[in-house]
Design a protein around this ligand. Structure first.
Ligand code: FAD
Ligand code: NAP
Length: 429
């Protein structure tokens, strides 16, 4: 019998009275996207039933049978299959989810703060801690990926002060608790527009509207995909960009990872503890990953757990009704192709900054928000100021070079200090 629980905190005041619907979420223990689906539904005042498939093979098989997918979570509303978190989020963005839930008329709130922070990764949460300690009551808008990229990884071994290593989700939970304790308000919502032509700035969210004297953009980056039609066809049915999330489905099977950076090597190492065999496919013959990770990978290769396939690219993902069956690989030097039979493909080829919201308003360099616009405030630092005074940027969204948790956190702290100085100078605090 599957283990069923029901959950979610009481609905926000503005959602009370909304019609309740039967929502079922198949979840598992370590599952960032399950947490995001639950947070989104809770923010809409919904209660849900949960079937945790972690130690329940029958429930896992039932989920795969009902959904045809091998990715977590899977969500059903009134018996209809919605899909995974990305599908739920897309329905939320289009308004279709509100229609399903009978919430078309639900009104969001008008919220105001001297500092509104867009994004809840290490940059946004660190900005929140510093902004709150400077005497503000910052609002952190979480976005779809509450907690950011670190929630999709296991061990974080390079966070200073964590010599034993920390789980990515635990680190984010600590930063969130710290921000809340300092006085920040964390709101589950996603910003869809920023009006920077007026003061205070007006930020439109899917749920609420925000009035902000200053804004810190900490929207981070999102995993890149290869862009193959077949990759999209098999997404969730053998193709994934998150080994921590979906590796679980590939026990004793064969998988490939494509990429040559830290993410690819970490994913390959993680998968060796689950899959029967892992092939790392890289388009060159040297890795970008840091030395300690490379050494671990080479050890696994020597032990026969990993095959390193240099100078190869994925030309196509092959599959059938049950999911991925193999990859068509191309030798980057000769152009020759061959088929590699695998059950899964993990894509780890880097990230693109989330800057679409600002493409017409903020100056960018190579797709990243340009910072360091110091104007007359140069002596006050303002290293994180963007081309619009009062809007600051921090973390992976403005950093094409370092892209680490600690550097993102540091930039978040700097953005909060810069915003505080701006507010004082403008007589707004
Ligand atoms: P992100 O973590 O990307 O967070 C961005 C936030 O912005 C999210 O909360 C998202 O929901 C939100 N957002 C986006 N758009 C909107 C919107 N429109 N409205 C509201 N919110 C929005 N670094 C290390 O130092 N050590 C590691 O061990 C490590 N491991 C990693 C493992 C993996 C698998 C990956 C992918 C990355 C890893 N990194 C690691 C890199 C590290 O995670 C990033 O550098 C860091 O998370 C960047 O922080 P950030 O706050 O700038 O952005
Ligand atoms: P990354 O460092 O940018 O590496 C991307 C890799 O994918 C590169 O090897 C690149 O090849 C390859 N690639 C890019 N586009 C490709 C394509 N179309 N087809 C095939 N291969 C392609 O990205 P990342 O590994 O996701 O890391 C992003 C940031 O997060 C980095 O700053 C990293 O340090 C950080 N991070 C840190 C940790 C950690 O500290 N433990 C863990 C994960 C991530 P080339 O090498 O040929 O360019």
């Amino acid at each position: 019998m599957p283990h069923i629980t029901s959950g979610s905190p009481p609905p926000p005041a503005h959602m009370k009275g909304a019609a309740m619907t039967d929502i079922l979420i198949y979840t598992r223990d370590v599952c960032p996207y399950c947490n995001r689906a639950k947070a989104l539904l809770s923010a809409k005042g919904q209660t849900y039933r949960e079937i945790n498939v972690t130690h329940d093979a029958a429930a896992k098989a039932e989920m795969i049978e009902r959904s045809g997918r091998r990715t977590m979570p899977q969500i059903f509303i009134d018996g209809d299959h919605v899909g995974g978190f990305d599908d739920l989020s897309a329905e939320d963005a289009s308004g279709a989810l509100d229609t399903r839930l009978g919430l078309e008329d639900a009104k969001g709130e008008d919220l105001a703060s001297s500092i509104v922070i867009i994004g809840s990764g290490p940059a946004g949460l660190s900005a929140a801690i510093y902004a709150a300690r400077a005497g503000h009551t910052p609002i952190v808008v979480t976005g779809d990926e509450a907690g950011g990229q670190l929630t999709t990884t296991t061990e974080v071994e390079n966070w200073p002060g964590g010599p034993e290593g920390l789980q990515g989700q635990d680190l984010i939970d600590q930063l969130t608790a710290h921000a809340e304790r300092a006085g920040a308000k964390i709101v589950t919502d996603t910003i869809t527009a920023v009006d920077s032509s007026r003061r205070p700035f007006i930020l439109t969210g899917r749920r609420n509207r925000y009035h902000a004297d200053s804004v810190i953009v900490a929207t981070g980056a999102t995993a890149r995909y290869l862009g193959l039609d077949s990759e999209a066809t098999y997404l969730g049915r053998g193709v994934s960009a998150c080994a921590t999330c979906d590796g679980f489905f590939f026990k004793d099977q064969t998988v490939a990872v494509v990429g040559g950076g830290n993410s690819a090597v970490e994913e390959a190492l993680y998968l060796t503890s689950i899959a029967r065999h892992v092939t790392l496919i890289h388009r060159r013959d040297t890795l970008k990953a840091e030395r300690v990770l490379q050494d671990r990978l080479f050890e696994k290769a020597e032990a026969g757990d990993v095959t390193l396939l240099w100078h190869h690219e994925v030309g196509d993902v092959l599959g059938d009704a049950d999911g991925v069956t193999g990859l068509e690989l191309r030798d980057a030097r000769t152009g020759e192709t061959h088929i590699l039979p695998v059950d899964g493909l993990f894509v780890a080829i880097g990230h693109d900054p989330n800057t679409a919201l600002f493409k017409d308003t903020l100056e960018m360099t190579g797709g990243y928000i340009t910072t360091g616009h110091a104007t007359e405030a140069k002596r006050d630092g303002a290293a994180t100021q963007t081309s619009v005074p009062g809007i600051f940027a921090a973390g992976d969204v403005s950093d094409p070079v370092y892209m680490q948790a600690i550097t993102s956190s540091a930039l978040g702290a700097m953005a909060a200090l810069d915003a505080d100085k701006y507010l004082t100078r403008e007589g707004l605090s």
